[in-house]
Write a protein that binds this ligand. Structure first.
Ligand SMILES: Nc1nc2c(ncn2[C@@H]2O[C@H](COP(=O)(O)OP(=O)(O)O)[C@@H](O)[C@H]2O)c(=O)[nH]1
Ligand SMILES: [Mg+2]
Length: 297
């Protein structure tokens, strides 16, 4: 695990080549921008990063590849947003888990449940992905393995009603975290957004804002398409934090940088495998190093 972000402080090939060119030479900024875009960073942000270098009085005075590397690294670091979304106290809380099909919503719910059970919390599931028959079953299997309660009404049920039931129950018991699954697709996008907004209204009518978190799951391997996904869900509901799943395979953090910078949504966790233990709070240092590695080649 975490092979990709072994502390790589030594400047890689690209940074060395750029340093040899010199920060004010023909081609320097172009080569840098190309490498940033290659690393899944949105073109406008790649330009922003190179502009920062261009406009900095320090850039012309860089005396080693190491200095150039740490300069680029600092600019990128400042653009990355992270947040801690672990429950802070023993109050009731609901986490609505959002994202398109196949990104890892259900798996991430099981991982978060394990994490919070280990921290001594009481956790239950609401099977809000009622669009696909297999989705409820998949969540029920995880609930069985974890030994936790699942609120479910089967395929085709109203997800708002399923989640409402779960909320009533944790409220009655006075303590607990409800992790609510959602469908990642409907017959069309506007239908999905309407469905999610209905769920959101139902939750808001039952709980106060601080105990309600909307978590979006983004697959690290999706590339630039992940930005559009984040935009849709953020516009529909507002997202408190993102889980970057599948960060174990071909991991390139450029997507996280693009989403942080363009939408202002922070990253909360990274999923690093299919096991229950394969989730951890997003480590901004590791993310920046993975972006630097991708840029440097
Ligand atoms: N390698 C890897 N696979 C993951 C990760 N998270 C989820 N998966 C896999 O991605 C697939 C889809 O996950 P699922 O939770 O069903 O996605 P959902 O449709 O969003 O609920 C499954 O095969 C999971 O095992 C991760 O962090 N790393
Ligand atoms: Mg699912």
């Amino acid at each position: 695990m975490f092979k990709w972000f072994r502390k790589k402080q030594k400047p890689g090939g690209l940074i060395r080549r750029l340093f040899q060119l010199g920060p004010h030479s023909e081609g320097f900024y172009e080569k840098l921008e190309d490498a940033l875009i290659e690393a899944d960073i949105k073109a406008s942000i790649a330009m922003e990063i190179s502009d920062e270098l261009r406009n900095s009085s320090q850039a012309g005075k860089l005396s080693s590849p190491e200095e150039l590397r740490s300069f680029v690294r600092d600019v990128i670091s400042q653009m990355i947003l992270t947040v801690n979304l672990d429950p802070e106290n023993n109050d009731n809380a609901i986490y609505l888990v959002l994202g398109v099909n196949g990104v890892g919503k259900t798996t991430s719910m099981a991982k978060l449940a394990r994490r919070w059970l280990d921290a001594g919390r009481s956790v239950s599931f609401a099977a809000g992905d009622t669009f696909r028959a297999a989705a409820v079953d998949q969540l029920a299997v995880h609930a069985g393995r974890l030994g936790i309660k699942i609120f479910q009404q089967g395929q085709g049920a109203d997800p708002s009603a399923v989640i409402f039931d779960g909320l009533e129950s944790i409220k009655a018991k006075g303590e607990g975290i409800l992790l609510a699954d959602t469908a990642g697709r409907m017959h069309n996008k506007s239908q999905l957004v309407k469905e999610l907004q209905k769920i959101d209204r139902v939750i808001r009518s039952k709980v106060d804002d601080p105990s309600y978190r909307r978590i979006l799951v983004i697959d690290a391997t999706t590339g630039q398409n992940g930005i559009q996904q984040a935009e849709v869900f953020h516009q529909a509901l507002g997202i408190d934090g993102i889980i970057l799943s599948k960060y174990d395979s071909r991991a390139r953090g450029g997507l996280a940088l693009s989403i942080s910078r363009t939408l202002g949504i922070p990253f909360a966790y990274m999923g690093t495998g299919e096991g229950y233990g394969d989730i951890s709070p997003m480590d901004p240092e590791a993310l920046v190093e993975s972006i630097m590695s991708a840029i440097e080649g």
